[in-house]
Design a protein around this ligand. Structure first.
Ligand code: 13P
Length: 253
């Protein structure tokens, strides 16, 4: 079964409102003008910009998502945002378990799994991020680390329709150092094999597995041509409309 590619932009903590809206409008109009592109597109701005970006992307087919959510529906959690609030604001997706959250906010697999479960319960699609550090890769632990994070972070309610996995090697994020297509494919193939063991071959073939880490207009086509790479989770290059669009437009058919 052909998996439809997902080109997702993680804006991280970037863009004031005017710049974010201009970027979102440009992406939305280019995507819409392309007719029915063979790939899905998603923009994940900072929380505070979500309503403005939802409005800017309305009617274009480009989805909007958030970069994190709390595991609870509501309550005394100062500074946090629930998945239900994100859904209410017009989000279709939420990213959970990004390595910057795991590192800066000490998020464990258990926490990531609870956040992913909340996202699904709220009716969002979740993008669950996993990835090894350079020290782990150098120690030959790449597949073990990713396997452990995958199983530790996947909630029981995950299905290919509501869950996307993103492999983001930590050493490739924001460094300009991309995993080679072979390095990425090796991990993606392992992820699909683990999904096969867990859900059966038919479902595993439907799961989308994204690559993230210094993906850009130049290196995307080769990465996206790999058997088990079904899209990208793009940071820096998603902040420039030409670069972001080029990733999708250049993706193999
Ligand atoms: P860069 O594309 O800036 O390396 O960021 C990748 C990333 O972390 C996306 O979530």
């Amino acid at each position: 079964m052909a998996r439809r590619k997902l080109i997702a932009g993680n804006w991280k903590m970037n863009c004031l409102k005017a710049d974010g809206v201009a970027l979102a409008k440009a992406v939305a109009s280019r995507y819409k003008a392309a007719g029915q592109p063979r790939y899905d597109m998603l923009m994940c701005p900072p929380f505070v910009l979500i309503p403005a970006i939802v409005e800017a992307a309305a009617g274009s087919g480009v989805a909007v998502g958030a970069q994190d959510c709390h595991a609870q529906e509501k309550g005394a959690h100062t500074g946090d945002t629930s998945a239900w609030m994100l859904k209410d604001a017009g989000c279709g997706y939420v990213i959970v378990g990004h390595s910057e959250r795991r590192t800066n906010h000490a998020e464990t697999d258990e926490i990531v799994k609870a956040k992913a479960a909340a996202g699904l319960a709220a009716g969002l699609k979740v993008i669950i991020c996993i990835g090894e550090t350079l020290a782990e890769r150098d120690a030959g632990q790449t597949l073990d680390v990713n396997r452990r994070q995958l199983h530790g972070s996947l909630p029981d309610a995950a299905t290919p329709a509501n869950t996307v996995i993103a492999y983001e090697p930590v050493w490739a994020i924001g460094t300009g150092r991309t995993a080679s297509p072979e390095q990425a494919q090796e991990v993606h193939a392992m992820i699909r094999a683990e999904l096969t063991g867990r859900y059966g071959a038919a479902a595993a073939q439907e799961y989308r597995i994204l690559y993230g880490g210094s993906m850009n207009a130049k290196n995307a086509a080769e990465l996206l041509a790999q058997t088990d790479i079904d899209g990208g989770l793009i940071g820096g290059a998603a902040l420039k409309v030409d670069d972001f669009m080029a990733v999708g437009e250049g993706s193999p058919k």
